[in-house]
Design a protein around this ligand. Sequence first.
Ligand code: KIV
Length: 253
Amino acid sequence: MNIPEFVAIKKSGRKISMLTAYDSIFAQLVDEAGIDAILVGDSLGMVVQGKANTIPVTLDEMIYHTEIVARTAKNAIVLADLPFPGGHEPWEDTLRDCARIMKETNCHAIKMETTVAQKECVTHLTEAGIPIMAHIGLLPQKIMSFGRYSMQRIRDELMRDALAMQEAGAFSVLMECVDHEIAAEISQELTIPTIGIGSGPHCDGQVLVIQDILGLSGRTPKHAKQYVDLRSQILCACDAYKNDIENGLFPPK
Ligand code: KIV
């Protein structure tokens, strides 16, 4: 899979699958399952580092995790999230950060949180040959300004942001918690693929955080679907191991 092949999936009518991964074991599993794209999201701040939000995640941490995932995955395209406050510095600084991620990790593309305000920056990045997936709608890096994680319903602003990113050369638009009808309209309007999270069934593809589908997060967000309860299974396994040690059953005599 490369970026043009990823983009071409939209025309084929097949829906695109994308999951997060942050380490080698999960990258290998997601890749082997045939998922189209792996996102090394800055959600690692919460699911790996146990922090309250994505804001503390650093460029060096993104590079560390993305290098592992990109080295492991053999088929899926691998995207790195540009951490806070990516895209809000002078565009030359953002270009330098994105180039560092690509040089040091060998990933295929960068995902960055955007509005129309990043149009000039994204244009410079894509002209430099950096494939950009533009994240619109709910922007977790702005949680302090947003106040809470909520559905985004201002149609004209969302459509403006999506079209601006397509014009800037983004190869895909990720929509987080966008009203489902608006997400459907944007997906129809854009020629590039849309990837939804909490944005309904009419996007060209879907992305979820892997810990949520595996039941490892403790609490599955409303927009996610839990396919297995690994948390309970891991607790059972740890409990059985502890009992075996205490009862002299492991290691065997
Ligand atoms: O950081 C992340 O994992 C994300 C997804 C939830 C889309 O941005």
